[in-house]
Design a protein. Sequence first.
Length: 478
Amino acid sequence: MTLRTDALEASIYYDGGRRSLRITAADAATLNPFDGTAAASGNGHVLTGPLSTANALALQDAFEVLRPQLISGHRTSVGTGDRTGLATPGQARAFGESGAGVKPVLAQQSIREMDRLGRSARSVMDDAVFGLLEAGWDRGFGADCDHIKTSEGIDRGLEAGFRMFTLDPGDAVADVTAGVTRADAEALDWDALEDTLDAALARYTGTTLDLGARSLEVTEQDVLTAVVKYGAAVAEAMRLYRHATSNATDEIEIEFAVDETPWITSFFEHFYLATELRRLGATWSSFAPRYVDGFEKGVEFRGDVDALRANLEAHHAIAEQFGGYKISLHTGSDKFSIYPLCAEATDGLVHLKTSGTSWLCGLEVVAEHDPELFTRIWDISRASYVKARASYQVSAEEDRTPTSLAGVDLVELIRAEDSRQILHVGFGDSLGGTDASGVSVHDRVLDVIAAHQEQHSTLLAAHIGRHLAPFAAVAARV
């Protein structure tokens, strides 16, 4: 596939499993911004160059469609993370085939995953740019620097050109399961909140919260619980927000996320968070509360479907009271049974995030073409699971999975729930490991996938397409 301007044509060239950039232009000077080897060819000039940051930046200068866009103007959006840097062509194909009206976020990775993989924010962007070129994608995309907990993480994303920043103050959320007192609330740093406890109590106590299908009377204890649980998180979210907005040179958009905590976000707590963030001057395009239980990595929804519907409807009703922002569904992959429900409950004002499921598609290619390498990935993932699971919502048990893969159907292993979760969260340790000869697992994985990229893209297009189709049904609403 190619992209064209009046001055040049760009494509990704495969020589076996090796990829390079190819630029064709009538005028040799047009090739000057690109790094590579140029030669005359027919009536024009051709440059062959590496998939480098310099060339990614030159492509973004030449093609507006390769520069990230804001997604807040699109009612429905889906982010698809890429842990190998080779998934974007198949993911883009999925949006073209199954995601009409859904805005793609095709450069998406958390700071945590970048660090585990040794990637920079700019390398994530570069891989997306080259993948979009390979796909010939010309319909725009978003870029989400996900689950940021530090100002340093924000700076990395800004420097790389990301336009969406998911700010995660979850480390500041307090455990209130033992109950709270007024004294607990008085101990908060009220100066950081630019507020007082008495003012907060007066602002909320006795109000009636509209949840759409029902209402909720707010008690003083509700307020005390919310301020103790989330007060410090509000202050931390605003610190990150102000850093991001004051340092951005282009317009950016913000998502606030408190989903990666053990404690469900109540409806009043969502309302409290939104009210306080708005009072302190923040605006945002999406919000990820901690929903009802049942969201685990890489598997179907395991909770109460009726409770989820009521939960999403109420969170959506709260968002509507602040002008309407998207309810963001993290840990969103492979939950096919609830996607229609999620789209209906939010009236399509929703953002879905997936990531590890694309890694698992890549592993299916590895399992078929290099079972020895896959076995090494399995061994590393299984051995590291006890440590790796601490960062994720998973319930897999390694003792329910095989230690030896002799005679095991590897694709079925990848799709079985326990082993799927183990592989899902084991990506960092396995890609950072080596094979029996000391060769990098990461490099071997990329070599196998690149050598079978068409198969990889076909698998991804079908799998990600299953995620997109239910949301595409409502995405055109405005």
